[in-house]
Design a protein around this ligand. Structure first.
Ligand code: ADP
Ligand code: MG
Length: 570
């Protein structure tokens, strides 16, 4: 009889899990602890994939990358106060990047927190999360769990995607209710990201603007990659005949070796284009705000922009033809209106860009063959380029300063959503979390190319990679420090310069410590072979790639953003 009673009951733990599963969320990235340890255990028992990390920030980055790759919010589960704060960085980063993610955090008792009586890990988490995400909710009653999870999912993916905070106090999880009532209280979200079409006037305005252009240019951003409208976007680009530039995470949406790619003629394309169409790319700092030297004569350009968020229009420069809508529906509608006999963009413009592109590629080619020891960035990245070309399904993760800037320009991508990097903030630390999510969500091998500094932010997660036996190969570009390994303490004192690490570190031994494969690579040949082997074997691998410590430049390509003291330098 006792068993009968048990079977008729459910509780907060089970309702949270059932609500997620009902909505197609089958993976949780998190760190266990009070009060969510049992939530993770029970989720695993219910058939969910529960990936435990060593630090919440990396679980959070993993969840955000899962959201980016699948259009379903990635879930990160954290403990109260400090764990919550660790996850919050990733939630804010997800929001900034327009990746759908839900941070579910345990919290302590409202009665104690609200009167500041001093609870274990006391913090008013809801209030703190609110300004850093799209929406924040707290659930206080078990019968509201279905509703809370549904609202969180809808908020994360509808319109411009982003991060959502969901606060689950410890007392909620233990609340018991009748199982059938509980089941009835759950909500399966219908049409969470509804199609959104611009008006026919807006579509005509955009097409007329493009038709009138002599030097049109398309810029594809990670919003376009996110939209999963790969075939329609390609058809639009090809049917229009307009050259295009991919933003870093949109690389591969069309293959980088596509004849219309202007990637290797970026400066000329931005400067000389007369009409620029942005598809899921913002005119933020990454595009010099759409003005200034990089954009040529002021006021001469017309902009067309597709974005789901109407408020993005005119954020930096006037947008002549705004297309407010979701990219999949909007591009499809444009294709239909253009038909098959659309006049292609003027051929001289593409020819001009192609000539510049081919010259730049030819100039770069010998640098990529450099096999000097120690390696420089170009020589090492020449091998990375080769290995990605040979294994185009590989997920490519990239962070660092020089390591990022050079790799973005050098390593071609051939398929959509294969490149994950530091995104809109240019944040360091996304590396290992991104690797885990890329492997878990796609099943494909992952190659991460990260600077030695960048690696340090998430390095402990090599244990996570080994524990789940993920097909992840991490290449640490080790030049003994941040930017370079050559800075010295100007006082001659004992402490090393703030940008310098232990010389000749062996990051490969960290991987070996957890049972993975560690490789110390000093030549381009060793580097290539180790990467190819890791991708083929799918064994967790870390390659310590020794890079010339004099090779980097200050702040990589964004040195202009780094203020430097004139007074302080003697
Ligand atoms: P990048 O850094 O690659 O230039 P951004 O993150 O700056 O890309 O821009 C992405 C843009 O895409 C955001 O403004 C976002 O609102 C938009 N976006 C995201 N998903 C969609 C979608 N499905 N349809 C339309 N716009 C989208
Ligand atoms: Mg370095």
């Amino acid at each position: 009889a006792e068993q009968d009673v048990e079977q008729e009951l459910t509780d907060g733990f089970h309702l949270v899990i059932d609500a997620l599963r009902l909505n197609g969320i089958n993976t949780i990235y998190g760190v266990p602890g009070i009060p969510v340890t049992d939530l993770g255990r029970l989720a695993q028992a219910r058939g969910m994939r529960v990936i435990s990390f060593r630090h919440e920030q990396h679980a959070g980055y993993a969840a955000s990358v899962a959201g980016y790759l699948t259009q379903t919010p990635g879930v990160c589960l954290t403990v109260s106060a400090p764990g919550f704060l660790n996850g919050l960085t990733a939630l804010a980063n997800a929001t900034t990047n327009c990746f759908p993610m839900i941070l579910i955090s345990g919290s302590s008792e409202r009665e104690i927190v609200d009167l500041q009586k001093g609870d274990y890990e006391e913090m008013d988490q809801l209030a703190i999360a609110k300004p850093l995400c799209k929406a924040a909710y707290r659930i206080l009653h078990a019968e509201d769990i279905g509703l809370g999870v549904a609202r969180a999912i809808r908020a994360a993916v509808t319109g411009r995607p982003g991060g959502v905070y969901l606060d689950v106090p410890a007392s909620l999880l233990g609340q018991v209710m009748e199982a059938t009532e509980g089941e009835k209280s759950l909500i399966k979200v219908v049409d969470p990201a509804p199609a959104h079409l611009p008006s026919s006037e807006a579509l005509d305005r955009a097409l007329d603007t493009l038709k009138a252009a002599k030097k049109p240019l398309i810029i594809l951003g990670k919003g376009a990659a996110y939209s999963q409208a790969d075939a329609d976007i390609r058809a639009f680009v090809e049917n229009s005949g307009i050259p295009y530039l991919p933003m870093s995470m949109a690389k591969g949406l069309l293959p980088d070796d596509h004849p219309q790619s202007a990637g290797a003629a970026r400066s000329m394309a931005l400067k000389e284009a007369d009409t620029v169409m942005l598809i899921g790319a913002r005119l933020n700092w990454l595009l010099s705000h759409g003005k200034g030297k990089a954009w040529g004569e002021p006021g001469t350009k017309k902009f067309v922009q597709i974005d789901i968020d109407a408020r993005e229009m005119d954020s930096n420069v006037p947008i002549h033809a705004p297309l407010v809508g979701d990219i999949a529906s909007t591009v499809k509608a444009l294709n239909e209106r253009m038909g098959a006999d659309w006049p292609k963009a003027p051929g001289e413009w593409m020819d001009q860009l192609a000539a510049k592109r081919d010259a730049n590629v030819a100039k770069m080619a010998p640098k990529l063959m450099n096999n000097a020891v120690p390696m420089d960035f170009h020589g090492a990245l020449g091998q990375v380029k080769r290995v990605i070309k040979e294994n185009p399904d590989t997920m490519f993760v990239n962070e660092g300063a020089n390591t990022l800037d050079f790799a973005r320009a050098i390593v071609d991508m051939y398929k959509p959503r294969k490149r994950i990097d530091v995104g809109t903030w240019g944040v360091m630390g996304i590396g290992l979390g991104s690797c885990v999510a890329a492997a878990v969500e796609t099943g494909n091998p992952v190659l991460a190319v990260v600077g030695d500094s960048a690696f340090g932010f998430s390095g402990m997660e090599v244990e996570t990679v080994c524990r789940y036996n993920l097909p992840v190969c991490i290449v640490v570009f080790n030049n003994n420090g941040i930017y370079r390994g050559t800075d010295v303490n100007p006082t001659g004192g004992e402490d090393v310069a703030p940008t310098v690490f232990v010389k000749d570190s062996r990051y490969d031994q960290m991987m070996a410590a957890f049972g993975g494969v560690g490789v110390h690579a000093t030549s381009t040949d060793e580097l290539y072979r180790a990467m190819a082997e890791a991708i083929a074997s799918r064994k967790p691998t870390l390659i310590n790639a020794v890079i010339d410590e004099t090779a980097g430049t200050e702040s990589g390509r964004i040195g202009n953003l780094n203020p430097q003291s004139v007074v302080g330098k003697k």
